[in-house]
Design a protein around this ligand. Sequence first.
Ligand SMILES: Nc1ncnc2c1ncn2[C@@H]1O[C@H](COP(=O)(O)OP(=O)(O)OP(=O)(O)O)[C@@H](O)[C@H]1O
Ligand SMILES: [Mg+2]
Length: 265
Amino acid sequence: MGYIRIDNLTKMYMGRRSKPRNLHDPIERSGDNILVLNNISMSFEEGEMVCILGPSGCGKSTLLRVIAGFENPTYGAIWVGGKPVIGPSDQSIFVFQHSGLFPWMTVAQNVGLGLRHMADKAAKKAKIKEFIEIVELDGFEDYYPHQLSGGMQRRAELARAIAVNPDLLIMDEPFSGLDFLTHMKMREEVVNMHEFIRKTTLVVTHDIDDALIMGDRIVVFSGRPAAVKMIHKLDFPRPRDFERDHGLSRLRSEIFLMLGVPYAV
Ligand SMILES: Nc1ncnc2c1ncn2[C@@H]1O[C@H](COP(=O)(O)OP(=O)(O)OP(=O)(O)O)[C@@H](O)[C@H]1O
Ligand SMILES: [Mg+2]
């Protein structure tokens, strides 16, 4: 059955110039309509970290937005935790590609946003401290976003997202724009965070190594309209290492090839 179930999902963005004449034909691309996701079905288990790869513009962010309930499917349906997705929910938290921290709030205030419902001030403060420690930002509680580096802002955002205690964490390219070392460190932190909270997590990344190091499951999409090219459960032991694990490095070469790079770099 799956914790997340995606059934025959098709998403078409309707162009301004024309509407499709036959709404029952998902392949119709009359005028400037764009078919983005083409009849996708798949399911993910509770607590899994699912990494999604695919060429630029294929529809990965669209898929995340539909799962989060920000966009409606054109056809098909999505269930999360046995309930159909009909709109955004407090239980699904989206971490966007660009910082969504409130600039007029400190790190602690931003993280505390997810804990608005807690009346007990001392308990709330302790919780904020706990989440700030998970992302290793202790000492920066009273800093404002503009006083933090890009990587620190991402970590604060991650702390704010997990403070909400969502059932589903959705991340769209969480490491884009970070320098190499910060990227590596953040990746390790997301893996540790996931080990710790064990919430179902969907991550879109354009980095094949990220997907193979982090994922319990990996999905590779074709170019637009996105269709599933590969869906693979990753049973490789952690911490994962391409040098030691030949199965992992073979899969890496296979995915490079699948995405149009004939040799693994
Ligand atoms: N709101 C929208 N209205 C119309 N077309 C859209 C809209 N959002 C996305 N698209 C189109 O849908 C296609 C897929 O976009 P999407 O952002 O989902 O791709 P992506 O796989 O996330 O790409 P990238 O890897 O570059 O982030 C693109 O051709 C884009 O132009
Ligand atoms: Mg995108």
